[in-house]
Ligand binder design. Structure first.
Ligand code: UTP
Length: 230
């Protein structure tokens, strides 16, 4: 970790960005923190779809949409969220970048690149890792609704224990096991695969806790799960 200028990709869950209460207040504080850090860190942010994506997936499904069509709707929601964050950053484009390469080329110290999804079949966590790979990034920070990875689902099992640090191999075991059961996973398996190949660390942190998110972006000790890919 830690060259002269770190390159970092933040994958921010839609459920963090737009949960549906005080969204503008949170997004304004997030944007201000990101702008401050972008003075010393090369930053790209990939936004998830959250509630908006779920609404379109459910409604589109009831209307007979197939997986491909529902993914296209989901991607639309992620791009809408990306535009909202870009607006808060003071630079809303008519169209956000649609490829990891374009986003990586736009990210500079002092200029934050923002995007949503790319193509059907994966999630924005995987997209964030693709951007990180293009940027030769030091880490991907997954700003999510869980505050760490646990040994089991803490909402169902009171014995579940937080894991502050793990290897990328261990995360791989967890996500491949989970993937069979449900689509929702702590991190997209494709993203884990790229992280392992490219030695990109993953910091999993509660995205609503801006102090911890800030530390994770800066590569400092933070409260969450540090996934070591080295
Ligand atoms: P998200 O990345 O928000 O998925 O994309 P998610 O798993 O719901 O994310 P979390 O739980 O907030 O982290 C929303 C949907 O958009 C489509 C998929 O259908 C995904 O479930 N999508 C997104 C794609 O098909 N391709 C992409 O590149 C991104």
């Amino acid at each position: 970790m830690g060259g002269l200028t770190d390159s970092v990709v933040v994958s921010i869950g839609g459920s963090i960005l737009v949960p549906g209460n005080n969204d503008a207040e949170y997004i304004a504080r997030l944007a201000s923190m990101l702008k401050e850090l972008s003075g010393s860190v090369r930053l790209a942010v990939v936004c998830g779809g959250g509630k908006t994506a779920r609404y379109y997936a459910e409604t589109g499904g009831e209307l007979g949409g197939d997986t491909y069509q529902l993914d296209i709707l989901g991607i639309g929601a992620t791009r809408l969220n990306a535009q909202l964050l870009a607006l808060a950053l003071g630079d809303m484009p008519d169209r956000v970048s649609e490829t990891p390469e374009e986003t990586a080329s736009k990210a500079e110290v002092g200029r934050i690149a923002v995007m949503g999804g790319t193509e059907p079949g994966h999630t924005t966590d995987a997209v964030a890792m693709m951007v990180a790979s293009c940027m030769d990034a030091d880490r991907v920070v997954n700003a999510t609704s869980v505050d760490a990875v646990y040994t089991d689902d803490p909402r169902k099992n009171p014995e579940a224990v937080r894991i502050p640090e793990m290897t990328i191999g261990r995360l791989g075991e967890i996500v491949y096991k989970e993937h069979g059961a449900s689509k929702s996973s702590v991190f997209d398996p494709l993203g884990v695969k790229i992280a392992a190949e490219k030695n990109i660390d993953i910091m999993i942190v509660d995205g609503r806790n801006l102090d911890e998110l800030r530390k994770a972006i800066l590569g400092q000790r933070f409260d969450g799960t540090f996934v070591n890919s080295h």
